[in-house]
Design a protein around this ligand. Structure first.
Ligand code: MD3
Ligand code: FE
Length: 214
């Protein structure tokens, strides 16, 4: 399985827009270790479908690790130190997570990136995420690093205004994206996950996003 999944391709770098770079297959080699770490985190802080402020459950299941976690409920969006499910602090960020995120940030030109929050999103068939901006963090000079694992999905990369037509970018197993500079506040989302079976994740796609919340 390992052999099958890491064979053939070496990582390559795709600049997409100002401040946006895709490190294709950058997370292939540590993929199994990342997935094992996801299992440990989710055993401690369960994946849940959170409620939007508007009162609809999200189709994506989420949890977090690190000093801060991102949550949404009827009160709104925020970062907080504890899981609403357990009332305990979020699990610590696994070393394999932090190393990958920091290495990717350096490759993309953001030395010194030290994420204090990691959001884990799990997509099953039919799950999607509508166009939104990530603006709950304190300092937009830091990038967001995202890691895609498992089934592929079409990502939508829009502009600084919601009305700009988004472009589609296919994100596949092992792809790492660094969103900084001019693209940090752009609208983005993902289209509906299609049914499939991935050798390492079965029917799911996982996305990790590394952030500096405070
Ligand atoms: C572009 N997640 O968790 S990751 C999110 O695939 C989120 O689960 C998507 O959007 C997912 O907030 C997309 C890529 C991403 C993350 C942050 C961004 C793209 C971004 C911030 C600015 C611009
Ligand atoms: Fe986002």
């Amino acid at each position: 399985m390992e052999l099958f999944d890491t064979a053939g391709e070496s990582p390559w770098l795709e600049p997409i827009a100002d401040g946006l770079v895709v490190l294709r297959r950058h997370a292939l080699e540590p993929a199994q270790a990342l997935l094992s770490a996801i299992d440990r985190v989710t055993a401690e802080a369960p994946l849940v479908h959170r409620m939007t402020p508007g009162g609809h459950p999200m189709s994506v299941a989420m949890t977090c690790c690190g000093e801060f976690g991102w949550v949404t409920d009827r009160q709104g969006y925020r970062y907080q130190r504890t899981s609403p499910e357990t009332d305990f602090p979020w699990p610590p960020m696994p070393a394999v997570f932090r190393q990958l995120a920091q290495n990717a940030a350096v490759e993309a030109g953001y030395p010194g990136f030290d994420p204090d929050a990691c959001l884990i999103n799990r997509y099953a068939r039919g799950a999607k995420m509508g166009l939104h901006q990530d603006r709950d963090e304190q300092d937009f000079r830091w990038p967001i690093v995202s890691v895609s694992l498992g089934l592929p999905i079409n990502f939508q990369f829009g502009g600084r205004q919601r009305n700009e037509r988004p472009r589609k970018i296919l994100l596949e197993h092992g792809d790492v994206v660094v969103w900084g500079g001019e693209s940090r506040l752009n609208y983005h989302g993902v289209l509906t996950l299609k049914a499939g079976e991935h050798p390492l994740t079965g029917p799911y796609r996982y996305n990790l996003t590394f952030r500096r919340a405070r």
